[in-house]
Design a protein. Sequence first.
Length: 233
Amino acid sequence: MAPGSAQTPGRLRRDAQRNRDLLLATARDLFARHGLDVPLDQIAKEAGVGNATLYRHFPTREALIGEVFADVAAVLADAGEEALAAEDSWGAIEHYFERIFTLVAADRGINDLVTQAIPAVPAMTGISRQNAETVGALVARAQQQGTMRADVVTLDLLFLLGPLCRALPATTELRPDLWRRYLALLLDGFRAQATHPLPVPPVGEEHLDEMFAGLWGADRPGTGGSGVGGPEA
């Protein structure tokens, strides 16, 4: 082998880290603009690496999603803790959902993340459960304080807020802040003032994952991690 033609292990590690960082940055940008169904070969191409390199670092789509959005769970957890620490439960509900909608309106990847069940990404599945627990606690407190109607349950909010989240990509192109109008209208329906009896009972919260999987087709082609092809030799 000619002198200088072999790379040192340290250089190989630096190159591998560079490729990994490029893939993560490219995936983050494409997911934010187009959602989580972006073809994996497109991510590799725009990052300037081959499919084999992508699959060496991220064997499945879920592995890539988990790395790209590793910080989202912490952001949502902080929002939940702040809301639960507030004395005014109704104001806490409004502020909590404003923070979530600000995130999902600006990022289609996060929108997909919080409205779809992705069982193969354990940390991401935890987001929906954590959100449900936070909303449940806020609802209970607001009902105790008399600001939220007493005949609603956590799933009522989640059932209505989920579809509103999914509509945001279409509305943000018209006007980025249009979601604020519809969030305010929706939340007003949960206020204790001027309520009317609800005609049928809610479904149980044990059906939360099943409901969102059905609404958003979490098992549709493209989210199963196969991407384009598979790990290359």
